[in-house]
Design a protein around this ligand. Structure first.
Ligand code: 6GU
Length: 241
């Protein structure tokens, strides 16, 4: 998979050399390129922004600069991601769809955002354009949000996660539940014992216990996820809870 990030702070993306994403790059699974938007400016001051039409606070990023940059970077079949607090909220479902793209291009805005014609123009040209937020809070720009989305997508690309089974049971997976609590050695720590059932060796009882804890946790922390559950996926014992 190829991923391009265009930003006026390319150094913000330097952490992509590390960890799982960094290893995937070394192994050639991920072709990740970070670009400085100002490389596409032509004026002495390398200007990327201007004042908003209609007035108001802050500065808006110019569509002409973004246009030449994106025309250069976008390959056929690319998905264009524009991180913005006014986007749809990014979920595991978006990550799954984005993981199938041949190329993802992240256009990181700063200031009050990018001139709205940029997203419109590339949509009109037939590009899949995703304006995405990572949650209901405001960041200074799209760089950190891009890091979040790149990590979520990269671990879904075949070959990137060591054990593909670890992708199956995790929170926000197909079950629509948060993950159950997990424990390891030592069995007794700080006067706290691990749940006895996990030592029983009784596979069916362990599975039942884990599902109950997942349901309990989800009901307490994410009632919205319980409301969204497909009733057909629940068994008799779930409903008894
Ligand atoms: Cl994608 N961008 C910015 N600037 N702030 C955010 C965000 C994105 N998602 C949540 N807050």
């Amino acid at each position: 998979m190829r991923v391009d990030v265009v930003s006026i702070f390319p150094d913000y993306l330097s952490v992509l050399d590390l960890s799982l994403v960094g290893k995937a790059r070394q192994r050639g699974l991920l072709d990740l390129r970070v670009h400085d938007l100002r490389d596409w400016t032509t004026d002495r001051h390398r200007t990327v922004d201007d004042t908003p039409f209609g007035g108001g606070a802050g500065m808006v990023m110019r569509p002409d600069v973004w246009g030449v940059a994106l025309d250069d970077v976008l390959e056929p079949g690319a998905q264009l991601v524009v991180p913005t607090p006014s986007g749809e909220v990014f979920t595991q479902r978006h990550a799954e769809e984005m993981a199938t793209a041949e190329q993802l291009v992240f256009a990181c805005g700063r200031y009050e955002g990018i001139d709205a014609r940029v997203a419109e123009h590339y949509r009109d040209a037939g590009v899949t354009v995703r304006e995405l937020s990572i949650g209901d809070y405001v960041l200074n720009g799209g760089e950190v949000a891009s890091l979040v989305m790149i990590e979520a997508v990269a671990r879904l690309v075949p070959g990137m996660v060591g054990n593909p089974e670890s992708l199956v049971e995790e929170s926000h997976g197909a079950a629509g539940l948060l993950e159950y609590p997990v424990y390891t050695k030592p069995p007794s720590w700080a006067d706290l014992e691990i749940p006895e059932v996990l030592l029983s060796g009784h596979h069916a009882r362990i599975e039942r216990w884990r599902r109950d804890r997942a349901l309990e946790r989800t009901a307490e922390r994410r009632p919205d996820m319980i409301a969204a559950l497909d009733v057909a996926t629940l068994d008799k014992q779930d409903l008894a809870l």
